[in-house]
Write a protein that binds this ligand. Structure first.
Ligand code: ZN
Length: 183
């Protein structure tokens, strides 16, 4: 299966769940809740941009409560692995005092990279919701699909494209501004 078909499948699944069926009651409120948590992640991403970090934010939610929140910190920590998702997973595990996060949902503004997708699988996170696709590094359907790899023993439920334009805009503006200052 090519990476493109993986992504097309995810988009189609999402379209099915949002437009082809009538969304009522509980399901409608769950979709609204997803937007609300992506908004929290967007706020974090905005703050990260002010600190000159790539503006990506993530929160982890359990039982309707945010138990972990992080942004990219690769510049501050001088650590190439300091991605928002990874830091949030570490914080959630530390808070719950267990590695298994199978009752948690991870919200992130941009499609997870290979490293973060790997960490999501390892942590058994139940559900992943993200904002914008990342054509260059995304491993939830863009470059490949690690989150729903048929050979892996855990496959979280994935919802893509929540407030996608806003999430992508943050990163685009950030890199545009960086290019402008380096010229
Ligand atoms: Zn990552």
């Amino acid at each position: 299966m090519s990476s493109l078909s993986g992504r097309q499948t995810s988009q189609r699944l999402q379209a099915d769940s949002q437009t082809d069926r009538v969304i009522v009651g509980r399901e409608a409120s769950a979709l609204a809740t997803d937007e609300q948590y992506i908004r929290n992640a967007i706020d974090l991403a905005r703050d990260a941009a002010k600190r000159n970090e790539v503006p990506i934010g993530a929160v982890i939610v359990r039982d309707g409560t945010i138990i972990a929140a992080a942004t990219n910190r690769t510049v501050r920590d001088q650590d190439p692995t300091a991605h928002a998702e990874l830091l949030a997973i570490r914080e959630a595990s530390s808070k719950l005092d267990r590695w298994r996060l199978d009752d948690c949902t991870l919200y992130v503004t941009i499609e997870p990279c290979a490293m973060c997708a790997g960490a999501i699988v390892l942590s058994r996170i139940r559900r992943v919701v993200f904002g914008a696709w990342d054509e260059k590094a995304g491993m939830a359907g863009s470059v490949g699909d690690l989150l729903r790899h048929p050979r892996l023993n855990h496959r979280p439920e994935v919802r893509a494209g929540v407030l996608a334009d806003e999430c992508a805009g943050l990163v685009e503006n950030f890199f545009r501004a960086q290019r402008a200052t380096s010229d």
